[in-house]
Design a protein around this ligand. Structure first.
Ligand code: GTP
Ligand code: MG
Length: 364
C-alpha cells in the first residue's frame, strides 16, 4: 500500500465529486448536504512516467504501479462534536490515514446549497478545523479517563502519560492543532498512539469553478492565506471539470487539458502534492516477471526499503544492487547499463534515492 488520504470538509462542498473523479469508484454524488454517510474507499494508481519508460525498455510481462488510497467521509458542520448534522463519529474512519485532504468550496453556484448560506472559505475552514480540534479533545479526554484508572491502580508510568495528556488537552483547549506540540522521544510514541486528527499533515484543495480556474482567484487567495499561517499547501481543482475529464479516454483527456492550458489532471496534481507533503519517493524493482514501483519515505535506508517489500528481506538484508533510472534510460538497457559501470552495490547504510532501480540480495 502506498499512502492513504482522508477527504474532509463541510457538507456539499464537492468532496464526493472530487473523490469520484479521482477514483472513478462511483460514490453517490448529490446536490443535498449529507449525501455521504458511510465512508467510500477508493484506490488509485499513481501516474508515473518513469515507470512507463522503464516498462517500454524492458517490456516486462507485468507492471505494477504504486497506489494511493482515498477515503471520502461525510461532511462536518459546526457543532458536529455535539451531535449536529451527522455528528462526528465518522471521523473515526480517518484516524489512521497518513494525510488529510481538506476540500474548501471556492465556487459560486446558486444551485448548490451551502450549509451556512454563503461562500466564505475562511469561515468554512475554521468551522471544520474547530470540529477536528474538538474531536481530538474527546480522544484525549477518553485517554485521560483510562490512564487515571490505571494510575489509581498504582501504575507509575501512568503519571507521566497523564501529565502529557493534560498538556495536549491544554494546547487543544487553546485552539492549537496538536501538530504544533513539541515532543521528546518518549512522548512521541504516546502521541502517535493517540492518532490525533490535528496532528496529521493537511493539504487544502480549493474546489473552484472553471471561471475561477481561468480568472479571478479571490477565494483561492483566502484559502492560501489560512494555509500559509499553518504552513500547509493549497492546490486548485475544479470538481465539476474533473468529473468530465474522468469520463474521457486517455488521448482525449490530454487534448481536453491542453485546451484549457493545463498540463495535468487534478489527480496528478493531488498525488504530486501528496508525495511532497509526506516526503515520499519512488523506487523500482524488477523481480522475475514483474516491474514494480514502491513508495517510501525520503531518507529511508536500503533495508527499510527492502522491508517495504517483505519483512524477511529487511531481516535478511545483505546488499542492494542499484542502477538509477537516469543511468538506466541513458544506457537504454540493463546490459549496457552494467557494462558502463552504472550498477553500484550498496550496504545497510545506503539511503535509497528517488528513481533507484533496486535489486535486493537477502538471506533468511
Ligand atoms: N458548480 C459546481 N458544483 C459542484 C462542483 N463540485 C461539486 N459540485 C456540486 O455540489 C453538489 C455536492 O457535491 P458532493 O460532491 O456530493 O458534495 P460532498 O462534499 O461530498 O457533500 P456531503 O457528502 O454531503 O458532505 C453536487 O450537486 C455537485 O454536482 C464544482 O466544482 N462546481
Ligand atoms: Mg459526499
Amino acid at each position: 500500500m502506498g499512502f492513504t488520504c482522508g477527504i474532509i470538509g463541510l457538507p456539499n462542498v464537492g468532496k464526493s465529486t472530487i473523490f469520484n473523479a479521482l477514483t472513478a469508484a462511483g460514490a453517490e454524488v448529490a446536490n443535498y448536504p449529507f449525501c455521504t454517510i458511510d465512508p467510500n474507499v477508493g484506490v488509485v494508481h499513481v501516474p508515473d512516467k518513469r515507470l512507463d519508460k522503464i516498462a517500454d525498455i524492458i517490456n516486462p510481462p507485468k507492471t505494477t504501479r504504486a497506489t494511493m488510497e482515498f477515503l471520502d467521509i461525510a461532511g462536518l458542520v459546526k457543532g458536529a462534536s455535539q451531535g449536529e448534522g451527522l455528528g462526528n463519529q465518522f471521523l473515526g474512519h480517518i484516524r489512521n490515514v497518513d494525510a488529510i485532504v481538506h476540500i474548501v468550496r471556492c465556487f459560486d453556484d446558486p444551485n448548490v446549497v451551502h450549509v451556512d448560506g454563503s461562500v466564505d472559505p475562511v469561515r468554512d475552514i475554521e468551522v471544520v478545523n474547530t470540529e477536528l480540534i474538538l474531536a481530538d479533545v474527546e480522544t484525549v479526554e477518553k485517554r485521560i479517563a483510562k490512564v487515571e484508572r490505571l494510575a489509581r491502580a498504582g501504575d507509575k508510568a501512568c503519571r507521566e502519560e497523564l501529565d502529557f495528556c493534560h498538556q495536549i488537552q491544554d494546547f487543544l483547549g487553546r485552539g492549537i492543532a496538536a501538530g504544533n506540540i513539541e515532543l521528546d522521544i518518549e512522548q512521541e510514541k504516546l502521541f502517535r498512539e493517540l492518532h490525533l486528527l490535528t496532528a496529521k499533515k493537511t493539504l487544502y484543495v480549493a474546489n473552484v469553478s472553471e471561471e475561477v480556474l481561468k480568472g479571478e482567484k479571490d477565494y483561492v487567495r483566502k484559502v492560501e492565506g489560512v494555509a500559509g499561517e499553518e504552513g500547509a499547501k493549497v492546490i486548485m481543482i475544479c470538481g465539476d471539470m474533473e468529473a468530465e475529464i474522468a469520463e474521457l479516454a486517455e488521448d482525449e483527456r490530454k487534448e481536453f487539458l491542453a485546451d484549457l492550458g493545463l498540463e495535468e489532471s487534478g489527480l496528478q496534481k493531488l498525488i504530486k502534492a501528496g508525495y511532497d507533503l509526506l516526503g515520499l519517493i519512488t523506487f523500482y524493482t524488477t523481480v522475475g516477471p514483474e516491474l514494480r514501483a514502491w513508495t517510501i519515505i525520503r531518507d529511508a535506508t536500503a533495508p527499510i526499503a527492502a522491508g517495504k517489500i517483505h519483512t524477511d528481506m529487511e531481516r535478511g538484508f545483505i546488499r542492494a544492487e542499484i542502477i538509477h533510472y537516469d543511468d538506466f534510460t541513458r544506457a537504454g538497457s540493463l546490459t549496457v547499463a552494467k557494462e558502463k559501470g552504472f550498477l553500484h552495490s550498496e550496504g545497510k547504510e545506503y539511503i535509497v534515492a528517488d528513481g533507484d532501480i533496486v535489486h535486493f540480495r537477502f538471506n533468511v
